[in-house]
Design a protein around this ligand. Sequence first.
Ligand code: NAP
Length: 549
Amino acid sequence: MSQSAPGAPTNRESGADTAPFDALIIGAGFSGLYQLHCLRDKLGLRVQVLEMADDVGGTWYWNRYPGARCDSESHSYCYAFSEEIYREWSWTERYPGPAEIRRYLRFVADRLDLLRDVRFETRVTGAEYDEGANLWRVHTDDGRTRSAQFLITAVGCLSAANIPKIPGLERFEGQWAHTGQWPHEGIDFRGKRVGQIGTGSTGIQAAPVIAETAAHLTVFQRTANYSIPARNGPLTEADQQTYKDEFGDLRRIMHEASNGHPFLISQRSARETPAAERRQVYEQAWEKGGLRFRATFADLLVDEAANETAASFIKEKIRQIVRDPETARKLATIDHPFATKRPPVDSHYFETFNRDNVSLVDIREDPIEEITPGGIRTRSQEYPLDVIVFATGFDAMSGPLLNLNLTGRNGLRLAEAWTAGPVNTLGLQVAGFPNLFTITGPGSPSVLCNMPVAIEQHVEWITDCIAHMREQGHERIETTPEAMDKWVRHVNEAANATLLPKANSSWYLGANVPGKPRVFMPYAGGMARYRRICEQVAGDGYTEFVFDA
Ligand code: NAP
């Protein structure tokens, strides 16, 4: 994974890196780049970004699997802090792919001259807070240690790959890869027998593309999933111009919407809408495609009967599309309400099962027992394979933070503080870890929101907080155990007011990773409400936090 992309930046260590920084930022994706811009260019701080990859991109650097594409529409999956920058970039498709997103981030990085303060190919191996000096000491895999007053993690929510420990993988003689660590040179599936494990957002995108060239694709499904057609397509110049002209309105809607997307959620109730009319609404949303399907009615995520109307509509579509009744049954036997697991959008996923070279194995009915040198063996038979694709998701939200090996005050390790699951205040700070901010940490709306919208709000809040500290002469900020209890209670209440906790195997709950504590991690109260809470905390003098304790 350390292979250089053409034209990749090659910033290396310099002597100046050894003096303490005002802030160190970990990660050069959407969050890290914007945080660098805000702290360096608005506050005038001395800042450096540490990034393990050899280029910007974050999640889009690593996720290069076949069919990878963002589910947020391109005109909203970008920064909105600068209308000028927004207008300078033109997206080519309704949904952007990884290469276009990387090009976009490079464009922003160049435009704001960010790269001179990014150190690539520099992986953080651990960091500890030095209380006497009020500095974070940050260690990297090149054996160096840098120091900074503030440490800001911008490591994303879905960056720690979950590779299931299926016995025998080490003996597999074919090629295998996890979608989130996809080889840059790609995998040539031509003439190959491919097994794909996982049918989440990733697997549902990958399968149709793999099937186009593979000799045979076997999809191993543990939990059947809903999916809505994406209806991707090129954007015309007129489309591009319209989005630019509507920038102000789009930004306002994204800020006011609970999910950060540039469309309004209907105020109507599915339960109270007459069946024929409701069906028409679903049909139109199905034709239009994308995450807008979730916005068709206000009660889909809070009322089981309302949800069932959407769920049964999608299951009916699956049965209509998939010709083999047994395959259709397996695909449409879905054990959770619609959208209680992150709902995928797809390009011809269900249609793929009509191809002669694609088959589906339901591993609840016929579990995988081991990986053999020649393939995958379930309880009933062996499937000979040349390639295994793990579309098995991530140790989400808390995983990337725990992987950093952070140690706070008095030797407290983050892993110890989070033994029973992640606890923090506003998703942004953990008691015992002064001057550490976690962008889109557990307890933030992040993954339930259009990510760039969530990221901009976090980055701006952190920037304002540090500016406030500078103005007031504060050196240290830390949340308290009481504030964390309060926030965790509120996060739980917000989740329990929805149907979201009803999906037992959801990564929102950490249930996809064996042994991970089951805690509903994202804040389900909505981005707009979260923004108001954060503004109030800051406006009231950063209640929930203590300065210079
Ligand atoms: P995911 O939603 O967690 O799906 C992982 C899949 O692997 C599930 O079908 C899961 O089954 C299966 N799986 C996990 N461990 C397994 C095991 N030991 N044996 C058999 N099957 C196993 O992961 P993802 O699809 O990578 O998506 C993660 C998130 O990334 C998405 O929800 C989304 O937020 C984001 N994402 C976004 C986009 C986009 O914007 N276009 C694209 C891809 C991903 P169970 O359901 O039974 O656990």
